[in-house]
Design a binder for this molecule. Structure first.
Ligand SMILES: Cc1cc2nc3c(=O)[nH]c(=O)nc-3n(C[C@H](O)[C@H](O)[C@H](O)COP(=O)(O)OP(=O)(O)OC[C@H]3O[C@@H](n4cnc5c(N)ncnc54)[C@H](O)[C@@H]3O)c2cc1C
Length: 375
C-alpha cells in the first residue's frame, strides 16, 4: 500500500467504505466525523454496490439485517399507478451475479454494521470532531481540526457529503444546486397492509417509493416541488400529507392514516453536484456525495459512494505512487458516477415537464444496463 497514514473525513457510506477497505489493506486510518448517527430512514443498496458490501466483509450481516429480492427481480420490478393498479413494465436489467440484486436496509442498522467493521479493521474513529482546513506539503498533508489540533497524513479522503468542507478547499466555488424538490421520508414501525414498490401519478408527475423492511417496518420516500426553506416537524407532516392525498392506493391511504400519529419525518432538499474530473488535488481527494451528489431517482447515490471506497483502496493498493493511484481511481469512477448524477437529474426534469413515465422508463433501463456491470 502506497499510503500509510490516511485521514478520512466523514463516517457516511463513502467514508466508512474507504476506511474499511484501506485499513484491511494495511493502512493506518483515522476517521473524523461531525456525527456518526445515520438518519432514521431506509436505503437500498443497488446493483454492484452489493459486491462492494461483500468486499467490505459485511454481506452476511447486511443480508441478515435487511431485505433482499426474489431472483430475477430488480428494485424497479414493482410499479403501481396512484390507485394501486399494476403498471406494465419493460423488464429492468438485474446483475448477472450470485449476489442479491439489492439489499434494502434501515440506515441505522447499516451504519452500525459498517462502523463495527471499521473498528474491527483497526480504524480510529474520532466522532464529534470536524475537519477545518489543510495544507498539502507535497509529500504529506497537514490537517487542522475543530478542536484546534493538527495532524499530518499521507492522504486525505474527503467523504464529507454534499456540503463538503474538503471540496471547498480543493475545488472552491463548486456547491450543490437545489432541484426545486424537497424529499420527505418516514419509517413506520407497524406499516399498513399493501404491496410495496413505486407508486406513480399520470405522466410521471409524482412518484412515491415504498419498501418493506424486516420487523414489519415500512419505509416511504416522497418528493414535493417547493421553495427551499427550513421546515419544522408539524409542517413536514402536513406537506407529506398533501403529497399522499394525491394517491388512492390502499397502501398509501393506510400510510396517510398513520401520519396522524406524527411519525418522525426526515425532510431534505433534493440537491446535486458533479465535480469535474479529476476529483483529487495532490494528496487530497473527495469521494461519495462530496464529488457526485445525486437525486435519488435511480436509488444509487449511496451505492456508488460505497463502490468509491472499495475502488479507491484497490487502486491505491496496486499503484506505484499516490498520483497514479488517484488517476486510476478516476478512470474507473468518473463516467459511472457522472452517468448516475446526469440520468437521475434528467429523470427528475422529465417528471417536471410531465413527460415522466415514458422518458423515465427509457432513461432508467439505459442507466441500469450500465450499473449492473461490475465497477
Ligand atoms: C430521499 C433520498 C433517498 C435516497 N435513497 C437512496 C437509496 O435508496 N439508495 C442509494 O444508494 N442512495 C440513496 N440516496 C443517496 C444517499 O443517501 C447518499 O448518496 C449517501 O448517503 C451519501 O453518502 P456519503 O458518505 O457520501 O455522505 P453523507 O452520508 O452525507 O456523510 C457525510 C459525513 O461527513 C460528515 N461531515 C460533514 N462535514 C464534516 C466536517 N467538516 N468534518 C467532519 N465530518 C464532516 C458527516 O457527519 C457525515 O458523517 C438517497 C438520498 C435521498 C436524499
Amino acid at each position: 500500500m502506497i499510503v500509510r497514514k490516511v485521514l478520512v473525513v466523514g463516517a457516511g457510506l463513502a467514508g466508512l467504505s474507504a476506511a474499511i477497505a484501506l485499513a484491511r489493506r494495511g493502512a493506518e486510518v483515522t476517521i473524523v466525523t461531525l456525527d456518526d448517527r445515520a438518519e432514521g430512514t431506509s436505503i437500498t443498496i443497488t446493483n454492484r454496490a452489493v459486491d462492494a458490501i461483500e468486499a467490505l466483509g459485511v454481506l452476511d450481516a447486511c443480508i441478515a439485517a435487511g431485505l433482499t429480492p426474489a431472483d430475477g427481480k430488480s428494485l424497479f420490478s414493482a410499479m403501481w399507478d396512484g390507485a394501486g393498479n399494476p403498471l406494465p413494465l419493460s423488464a429492468p436489467p438485474v446483475p448477472a451475479t450470485r449476489l442479491p440484486a439489492y439489499i434494502a436496509i434501515y440506515r441505522p442498522d447499516l451504519g452500525r454494521i459498517l462502523t463495527d467493521a471499521a473498528v474491527a479493521a483497526g480504524v480510529t474513529m474520532r466522532t464529534g470532531l470536524s475537519f477545518t482546513g489543510l495544507a498539502d506539503g507535497g509529500g504529506h498533508v497537514d490537517v487542522t481540526f475543530g478542536d484546534g489540533t493538527n495532524a499530518t497524513f499521507d492522504l486525505v479522503v474527503g467523504a464529507d457529503g454534499a456540503h463538503s468542507a474538503v471540496r471547498r478547499v480543493i475545488h472552491p466555488g463548486i456547491e450543490p444546486t437545489y432541484t426545486g424538490w424537497m424529499s420527505f421520508r418516514i419509517v413506520l414501525e407497524d406499516g399498513p397492509e399493501g404491496p410495496p414498490g413505486f407508486y406513480t401519478l399520470p405522466a410521471g408527475t409524482g412518484m412515491l417509493a415504498t419498501v418493506r423492511l424486516p420487523g414489519n417496518r415500512l419505509y416511504l420516500a416522497a418528493g414535493k416541488r417547493m421553495d427551499h426553506r427550513r421546515i419544522d416537524h408539524s409542517e413536514a407532516v402536513e406537506l407529506l400529507d398533501s403529497v399522499l392525498a394525491q394517491y388512492t392506493a390502499p397502501l398509501i391511504r393506510g400510510i396517510r392514516d398513520q401520519l396522524r400519529n406524527e411519525p418522525p419525518v426526515v425532510a431534505r432538499p433534493f440537491e446535486y453536484v458533479l465535480v469535474p474530473q479529476p476529483w483529487h488535488r495532490g494528496r487530497v481527494t473527495i469521494i461519495g456525495d462530496a464529488a457526485h451528489a445525486t437525486t435519488p431517482n435511480l436509488a444509487s447515490g449511496g451505492s456508488i459512494a460505497l463502490e468509491d471506497g472499495v475502488v479507491l483502496a484497490e487502486e491505491l493498493d496496486r499503484a506505484e505512487s499516490v498520483a497514479a493511484g488517484l488517476d486510476a481511481f478516476m478512470v474507473r469512477r468518473y463516467n459511472r458516477c457522472a452517468m448516475v448524477v446526469e440520468t437521475s437529474l434528467a429523470m427528475m426534469r422529465s417528471a417536471d415537464s410531465g413527460s415522466g413515465s415514458t422518458d423515465n422508463t427509457t432513461l432508467r433501463s439505459k442507466a441500469l444496463a450500465e450499473l449492473v456491470k461490475p465497477y
